[in-house]
Design a protein around this ligand. Structure first.
Ligand code: URA
Length: 436
């Protein structure tokens, strides 16, 4: 077999065999196939797509490209979640402790930010001392002891995804259904998930811009889960505007802590409770109504907040900054953005807000960039609200004053104001599941 022929078959719209896909993925992981051929292949897949059988073969090849993690040492029911990537998406920080407080273990492997979307490990690392680099034994032992651990994935877990993910990020091939489906599901299969809730984001801030594409992605992932023996529920959720108000690492941790204390934004709270209820349901904790009630009780009793503090402590983080979030390091500078006209907020484009946060230093433009943990954006309004000319609609934070101009122009174009009232859009759009 030759990489050249495999690229050409896909370029011309052909269907690849399991053997060809596995040859290509193994060759790329080992370094026998160079980046330039992998980049050409990714673009061919991006343009031509893949059949479900090809996507399943790609997922298997990626899942088998490194070690699998045996989580059988974790006692009791377990559940996992994954988001396809959004702006202001801090749901893991809230959902995982809710689920753990209800007696279902959460052994979660999370990733770094990708493009304009944030990553959970970056957010966690804004807590002083926090570690996200546990090996399997430490990971299992923390989960057994505290019911929860959120770590980065190890170097040996689905290494094909690590290489391809970085290459996709710089070759404009991220937003492809088969590539996202295989990327997410290969990691979930290799990391031993059995009960998985997928938050499939739809809208301007998501990789899938419309419901039809998001539905296809969700179906693809649920089908892959079925053939790998995983129970999977995918929720299509709205990512047209940022989730909550905070975008940026420590800003998002602070908002997550407020949410865990019961005073978070409504949209974020509702989504976290729904995700948690579905995780509990897949783990066998009752029907969905019972699980919703359990999740609500865990949140409003303070047990989920307490669980988050345990997790931070177990992962080496400073619980003092969680108990008093004013102790988080602050950005040196801030600048506000004000409305130019009065009217109803008809849209807050999440992708532009995410890009503004990256420009302020909250994300990476190149994969080796350092992150400014205190940088980001606080949105001060929500779609549907009435605002007056001169009202502050967002505040930007950064360590470097010269970054404000670039971020300001992205952010200013994110806001649409209309003279007419705007109907609220649905947060949870629909559900696709292979469980009952
Ligand atoms: N999240 C992933 O893990 N992979 C993708 O390709 C996109 C989002």
């Amino acid at each position: 077999m030759r990489a050249y022929d495999i690229i050409k078959t896909k370029r011309d719209g052909g269907v690849l065999t399991d053997a060809e896909i596995s040859y290509f993925i193994n060759g790329y992981t080992k370094g026998d196939i160079p980046d330039y051929q992998a980049a050409a292949w990714l673009m061919a897949v991006y343009e031509r797509g893949m059949t479900s059988a090809e996507t399943a073969a790609l997922t298997r090849a990626m899942a088998n490209s490194g070690d699998s993690i045996d989580l059988s040492g974790i006692r009791g029911p377990k559940a996992d979640k994954h988001s396809t990537g959004g702006v202001g998406d801090k749901t893991t920080l809230i959902t995982a402790p809710i689920v753990a407080a209800c007696g279902v273990k959460v052994a979660k492997m999370s990733g770094r930010g990708l493009g304009h979307t944030g990553g959970t490990t970056d957010k966690l690392l804004s807590i002083p001392g926090m570690r996200v680099d546990f090996d399997r034994d430490e990971f299992v032992s923390i989960v057994n002891r505290y019911g929860i651990c959120v770590t980065g994935s190890t170097a040996d877990l689905a290494p094909a995804d690590k290489k391809l993910y970085a290459l996709r990020d710089v070759t404009a091939t991220v937003d492809s259904i088969p590539l996202i489906a295989a990327s997410i599901m290969s990691k979930k299969i290799a990391s031993g998930s059995k009960n998985l809730v997928l938050d499939v984001k739809v809208g301007s801030g998501a990789f899938m811009k419309n419901e039809k594409a998001a539905g296809r992605l969700a179906n693809e992932m649920v089908n892959i889960g079925t053939s790998a023996g995983l129970k999977v529920t995918a929720l299509l959720t709205n990512m047209n505007s940022p989730l909550g108000y905070a975008i940026g690492n420590s800003l998002e941790v602070i908002e997550a802590v407020n949410t865990l204390k019961g005073t978070g934004p409504e949209d974020l709270t509702e989504l976290c409770l729904t995700l948690a209820a579905h995780m509990l349901h897949l783990a066998g904790k009752g029907d969905i109504g019972e699980c919703e009630e359990a999740a609500r009780n865990a949140l409003y009793s303070g047990l989920a907040y307490e669980r988050f503090c345990w997790m931070v402590n177990a992962q080496g983080g400073d619980v003092g900054v969680i108990m008093d979030t004013s102790l988080f390091k602050k950005a040196k500078y801030y600048r506000t953005l004000t409305a130019q006209v009065s009217g109803y907020v008809s849209g807050i484009n999440a992708e532009l807000c995410g890009r503004a946060a990256v420009l302020l230093g909250a994300g990476r433009s190149k994969k080796e960039d350092d992150i400014d943990m205190a940088a980001g954006v606080m949105i001060e309004t929500k779609p549907g609200a009435f605002i007056k000319s001169g009202d502050v609609v967002a505040t930007m934070y950064s360590e470097h004053e010269e970054l404000f101009d670039g971020a300001n122009s992205e952010l200013a174009s994110a806001f649409s104001i209309s003279p007419d009232e705007v109907a609220p859009s649905r947060l949870i759009i629909r559900e696709i599941s292979n469980a009952d």
